[in-house]
Design a protein around this ligand. Structure first.
Ligand code: FCB
Length: 449
């Protein structure tokens, strides 16, 4: 017997992308280069030498892409603005053509009946600002707030929801601690400085948007619930450290105005002290929180690992995605409920969720059949519904991603799309997961047997 699990009536169904991952034409119409342009053009840093020069060519094909969104029946589209298109030098003079691109995109989305959710920062810092210290320079908060104000003044209420920054933990950890992401630093002292300036910039950005628009403003965190690999004391303590490092390092300052007590112990002499007044800025109230969820961390004590002294254990009975991430839908439900119970009453949105599984580079004549992705999405949507039943105020869900794209240091080797992209011809083919998701949207729910 088929059961249909319905969602609340106004639930927002969307899909997400990010500028550098899809747009291509990174220097077109006067845009300034970003740290990702530089990083991907440095030999050896991105798999197969891939870069975002062409990506999905969305900068030129955006009209067709919106038509595709319409075909899927999306109620919302989460995209990011490339800061360097609008401010080629990161600060100072505005590049009108860059601004016009996003204005046209937003207008066309509205015409198609799709709510635009704009992320102001999805990892592509203008290179000119990196030359001035980037996220390590305290001035980044005012550079970001000027940029946010410009965007909010230009697109104000036509953008339905504004996100300041995508995934502070990944920016600070990938960019400044482990170096796998731009700008590629490996420095224990820099991670916490970057984190703090990202959070300050976020607060300043919220205030700047508020001055120009009534549209809701929020931030997106990647949250990965940690579960101990055993009941042993050492693993339980490691789990607490890993949670402090990845989740509470961001949730606590945003909603409680202080970093977790574990931080000085984790970073040792690299943990800085911060002016108390910074936390007034960081705790600037937000209208919603976006949660990106992909996996959990099954955690064991591991003294050899810097900072969190913990590592992930493989779960022999679970499925894994091509990223090597455990498929664990219950983690999404658990983290949404935890955020609602312990941190905030603001509405929650799942701003990214999805999976890389193998799809052929060229779509077959009969289409792209991706049953593993369909199963992943189905299980995670049921987990979202479960979280709502458990009392979390979840208002929407955005599949990552609308289409296959440039997966950062993994290049084009990882496909997350519900729409397939043939990079040689730029042909888009809706995968079975995309058609399945369109059904979910149409019926406002998920069917199970
Ligand atoms: C998230 C990023 C997004 C994409 C997915 C797979 O961390 O926000 O751009 O790379 O992971």
């Amino acid at each position: 017997m088929t059961t249909h699990h319905t969602f609340p009536p106004d639930f927002l169904w969307g899909a997400a992308t990010a500028a550098y991952q899809i747009e291509g034409s990174p220097l077109a119409d006067g845009a300034g280069p970003s740290i990702w342009h530089r990083f991907s053009h440095t030999p050896g840093l991105v798999k197969n030498g891939d870069n975002g020069d062409v990506a999905c060519d969305h900068y030129r094909r955006w009209k067709g892409d919106i038509a595709l969104m319409r075909e899927l029946g999306l109620g919302a589209y989460r995209f990011s603005v490339a800061w360097g298109r609008v401010f080629p030098d990161g600060a100072g003079a505005v590049n009108q053509k860059g601004l016009d691109f996003y204005r046209a995109l937003v207008d066309q989305l509205l015409e198609a009946g799709i709510e635009p959710m704009a992320t102001l920062y999805h990892w592509d810092l203008p290179a000119a600002l990196d030359d001035r210290g980037g996220w390590l320079n305290r001035d980044v908060a005012s550079w970001f707030s000027d940029y946010a104000q410009t965007m909010a003044r230009a697109l104000g209420d036509r953008v339905a929801m504004w996100v300041t920054i995508n995934e502070p933990w990944v920016i600070a950890t990938g960019g400044y601690l482990h170096g796998g992401l731009a700008p590629g630093h490996r420095n224990r002292f820099e991670g916490p400085i970057a984190t703090h300036n990202i959070l300050r910039a976020h607060g300043a950005g919220v205030r700047a948007c508020r001055a120009e628009t009534k549209a809701p403003v929020g931030i997106v965190l990647n949250l990965e619930p940690k579960y101990p690999a055993s009941d042993g004391e050492a693993d339980v303590a490691a789990t607490r450290r890993a949670d402090a490092f990845m989740n509470r390092q961001y949730l606590d300052p945003l909603f409680r105005g202080a970093y977790p007590v574990e931080m000085p112990e984790l970073f040792g002499e690299a943990w800085p002290s911060h002016p108390v007044s910074d936390f007034d800025l960081i705790t600037t109230p937000i209208d919603f929180l976006g949660v990106n969820y992909y996996s959990r961390g099954l955690t064991k004590d591991d003294p050899g690992v810097a900072i969190e002294r913990a590592s992930r254990v493989r779960n022999p009975s679970a499925a894994y995605t091509e990223m090597g991430w455990e498929v664990f839908p219950q983690g999404l439900s658990d983290i949404l409920v935890r955020v609602a119970d312990e941190y905030t009453n603001v509405p929650l949105y799942v701003t990214e969720n999805g999976a890389a599984f193998y799809d052929p580079p060229v779509a077959l004549a009969e289409g792209v059949d991706d049953p593993l992705r369909v199963a992943y999405l189905r299980e995670h949507l049921l987990a979202v519904r479960d979280a709502i039943t458990r009392g979390a105020e979840v208002r929407g869900y955005f599949a990552w991603s609308l289409m296959d794209n440039f997966e950062w240091s993994e290049g084009y080797a990882r496909r997350f799309g519900i729409v397939h992209v043939d990079y040689a011809t730029q042909t888009r083919t809706v995968k079975r997961s995309g058609r399945w998701y369109a059904d979910v949207i149409r019926s406002n729910g998920v069917s199970t047997n």
